[in-house]
Design a protein. Structure first.
Length: 53
């Protein structure tokens, strides 16, 4: 089971479309990559390279 990380100021911003976008600060605090292709992923995950053969 993964730990719940409390959201604090600076952990996300609202995009012009109205979505919550987590910042690098939040991802580092969370401590792992979720492999969802997050915009500010500090772990270097690239979703486009995942399905290439």
């Amino acid at each position: 089971m993964k730990n719940i990380v409390p959201i604090e100021e600076g952990d996300y911003y609202i995009t012009p479309e109205g979505y919550r976008c987590f910042t690098e600060q939040y991802h580092l605090k969370r401590g792992y990559c979720c492999e969802s292709g997050c915009r500010h992923c500090p772990y270097g995950f690239d979703k486009s390279k995942l399905y290439r053969k």
